[in-house]
Design a protein around this ligand. Structure first.
Ligand code: FAD
Length: 394
């Protein structure tokens, strides 16, 4: 039977959308050219942050996502059973610090603006911050505690969302590359051409992460998603000495920046397994994944400014991936007004793990004529900030 929706991409966005659409009563097929959870969703960290977002549309989406995670994790556990690998979901909270006198006031002002938007952002004294993180460098100049920040294991989360979608009837096909679209006489997209033959569908959802730009082009609809490279250092396992997501306030500037050249800012956290993740860099170098030791060095130096004890830690490995970057720093979640039948759920840059559940609910509501919990207008391709980047004629 023809599915209602074919989803291109089995990363966390495609997986979350598959689950939400199946739960909304739609028939869904998911296609991925590689294995599920093998793209960017397997090469980042699993921070679910409100702390790095200033007041506005993305923060509203993150707050909505943050409200969905606890119940979804519990539901997945019930659906999949205790034998399914843990999602390692933990609302451990974030601690954002300024490391220079000049960084103090901007961080305090940022937190103040977030409080106005309903974020729980608590100003701490250095002494209070050291109570939360005894090994933190006492030379910090300001600290804000964000109890709502959480983390999840992204691959386990993607696999769990897909498994849940499968239980609901979704057909997941891996090793299938989408190469083009099938158009009806009136121009509507009614399916995709793939390496495994044609797939007809009521609608096609582009959830191809950093490859969404090229997938969209293959469907004759340009989309300005570009890869933004990021790498992470991983230490060997050690007894837990870092209890929150701790990051330098520089991170917020790096996230919001559109600069193509290298930017690094320290985000340090420990995982359930006992390793410490030190992220992350941002640079626009296309899909070039060559290792650059200077980038790793810069990350390590900045992490030591936060936690001097890490000087004695051994780095076990590093890994990296490509964030799906949108020039106006907002994801695209909704229909493509130029090609009837084409939908996008992409461009989440460094926040796709966190925003996945909210994105999926917005897609399901829009596709089924429901009322989205967050106004989707700011995430549509028709938003003013994309006017110069999205030609009206696809
Ligand atoms: C270093 C780093 C750190 C990060 N840290 C965080 C974090 O802490 N928190 C957070 O929320 N986010 C983080 N991110 C961002 C996050 O990883 C991404 O936003 C998210 O994984 C995007 O998911 P996706 O499903 O859109 O893309 P992907 O996971 O890349 O999935 C896209 C899928 O599409 C498939 N595909 C592509 N082309 C085709 C085709 N033609 N046919 C069929 N299939 C195709 C690919 O094989 C892939 O599996 C980080 C990213 C990086 C690189």
């Amino acid at each position: 039977m023809t599915p209602d929706v074919v989803i291109i991409g089995a990363g966390i966005i495609g997986a979350a959308c598959a689950r939400s659409l199946v739960r909304a009563g739609l028939r869904v097929t998911v296609l991925d050219r590689n294995a599920a959870a093998s793209g960017t969703s397997a090469s980042g960290e699993g921070n679910l942050l409100v702390s790095d977002k200033g007041p506005g549309e993305e923060l509203r989406l993150a707050q909505y996502a943050s409200s969905l995670w606890p119940d979804t994790v519990a539901e997945l556990r019930r659906e999949l059973g205790a034998d399914f690998p843990s999602l390692e979901y933990e609302r451990k909270g974030g601690l954002v610090v300024a490391t220079t006198p000049a960084g103090r006031d901007p961080l305090l002002a940022f937190a103040e603006s977030q409080r106005g938007a309903g974020v729980d952002a608590r100003v701490l004294t250095v002494k209070q911050a050291l109570r939360l993180e005894p090994d933190l460098n006492p030379a910090i100049t300001a600290a804000i505690h964000y109890p709502e920040d959480a983390q999840v294991q992204p691959v386990a989360a993607t696999e769990a969302l897909l498994a849940s979608a499968r239980l609901g009837g979704a057909d997941v096909r891996v090793g299938v590359t989408v190469t083009g679209g099938i158009r009806a006489a009136d121009g509507a997209l009614v399916g995709v051409r793939t390496s495994a033959g044609d797939f007809s569908a009521g609608a096609v959802l582009n959830a191809a992460g950093p490859w969404s730009g090229e997938v969209s082009r293959s469907l004759d609809a340009s989309l300005p998603v570009r890869p933004r490279r990021g790498v992470v250092l991983v230490t060997t396992r050690m007894p837990h000495r870092i209890f929150h997501k701790v990051y330098d306030a520089d991170y917020v500037g790096a996230v919001g920046s559109g600069e193509a050249e290298l930017q690094t800012s320290s985000v340090v956290e420990s995982t359930a397994a006992g390793t410490v993740l030190i992220g992350s860099s941002r640079e626009q170098v296309g899909f070039d994944n060559r290792l650059r030791v200077s980038v790793l060095e810069e990350l390590a130096v900045k992490a030591l400014r936060l936690f001097p004890f890490l000087a004695g830690a051994s780095v076990m490995r590093s890994y990296g991936g490509f964030r799906p970057y949108m020039p106006d720093h907002l994801p695209v979640i909704g229909p493509d007004h130029r090609v009837p039948g084409l939908w996008h759920a992409t461009g989440h840059e460094g926040a796709g793990i966190g925003l996945s559940l909210a994105t999926a609910e917005l897609i399901a509501a829009q596709l089924t004529g429901g009322v989205p919990a967050v106004d989707p207008a700011s995430f549509l391709l028709t938003r003013p900030s994309l006017a110069a980047l999205v030609p009206e004629v696809a």
